[in-house]
Design a protein around this ligand. Structure first.
Ligand code: THG
Length: 265
């Protein structure tokens, strides 16, 4: 599982002020904690600062990269913000995200075409957020074809079918999971990713639901996630589920995690 640490996001009350005040020490700590917990990318999102988003995102990219050896996942719906942040990013970033919404699509394509960036592509169009597997797959097909046509390597595409709260419809969990399975069946080499915690929005014991949903998604082939890497039970759930799904040769990750005390009591 490729893990994108989600904690540097201005929608979180805990870091909002640290971003607004450009508190280097606090931001570096959140980046370092996530890196040490196993994050492969550090998501940076300053979307709530309208008009100042590009300035904050650039500062976040530079602050993270000057102190932690991890690429960033630049999280913004605004192509200009992504373009500016990519310019200050060292090495290969992940960009979050393109979608099939026409204006966003056209502008994002010109930022990513022919590059080596890892690209999150949301299954969303001008008609809004799809609820079924079939509606998602129609969008996924156009996104994959469009990106490949613009010289993006298939292995750099991360399709995000978009998780929706189970409380708003009892079919939404399985429609999402079946989309993950079909994507891996149809497009060999494409990655899947999601912000998983949306599944539990509005219900109690959210972590419990998030962990169960992660395990279910791993059985369908989910190979990346935007999540909180400091959630130890979630990290342990991923390790055991990947072993059981046949993604851990000789159970070596599992045994290493056990020896390091990462599987809990
Ligand atoms: N797909 C993609 N990108 C995404 C998302 C997605 N980026 C943003 C988001 N969804 C994933 N990131 C976060 C970051 C923090 C939190 C949730 C998702 C979080 N939420 C608390 C909660 O929900 O209770 C609120 C915390 C607070 O208010 O302080 O921590 O789906 N491609």
């Amino acid at each position: 599982m490729q893990i994108v640490g989600e904690l540097i996001n201005a929608s979180r009350k805990k870091v909002r002020e640290d971003i607004r005040d450009k508190n280097t020490e606090k931001i570096v700590q959140v980046a370092r904690d996530q890196h040490e917990a196993g994050a492969d990318f550090i998501d940076v999102n300053a979307g709530i600062f309208v008009g100042k988003e590009a300035d904050y995102v650039k500062w976040l990219v530079q602050t993270v990269q000057e102190n932690v050896d991890t690429p960033c996942c630049i999280d913004s719906p605004d192509p200009k913000v992504i373009e500016e942040a990519v310019k200050v990013h060292k090495g290969i970033p992940m960009m979050n995200s393109i979608s099939l919404e026409s204006e966003r699509y056209e502008n994002m394509i010109s930022v990513v075409k022919g590059t080596d960036m890892k690209i999150i592509a949301l299954c969303m169009s001008d008609e809004g957020m799809p609820h079924t597997k079939d509606a998602r797959m129609k969008i996924a097909d156009k996104l994959v074809n469009g990106l490949v046509k613009n010289n993006v390597d298939i292995g750099n595409i991360y399709l995000d079918p978009l998780v929706q709260p189970i409380g708003s419809g009892d079919t939404l969990g399985m429609e999402f999971l079946n989309t993950i399975e079909t994507i891996h069946h149809e497009y060999e080499g494409v990655h899947t990713i999601c912000g998983l915690s949306n599944i539990s929005y509005g219900i109690p014991k959210r972590q419990f639901a998030n962990q169960a949903f992660m395990i279910m998604a791993i059985t369908k082939g989910l190979d990346s996630a935007i999540m909180n890497p400091l959630d130890k039970k979630m990290m342990a759930s991923i390790i055991v589920a990947e072993m059981l799904a046949g993604k851990d040769e000789f159970c070596s990750n599992y045994m290493n995690a056990y020896r390091e005390g990462l599987l809990g009591d």
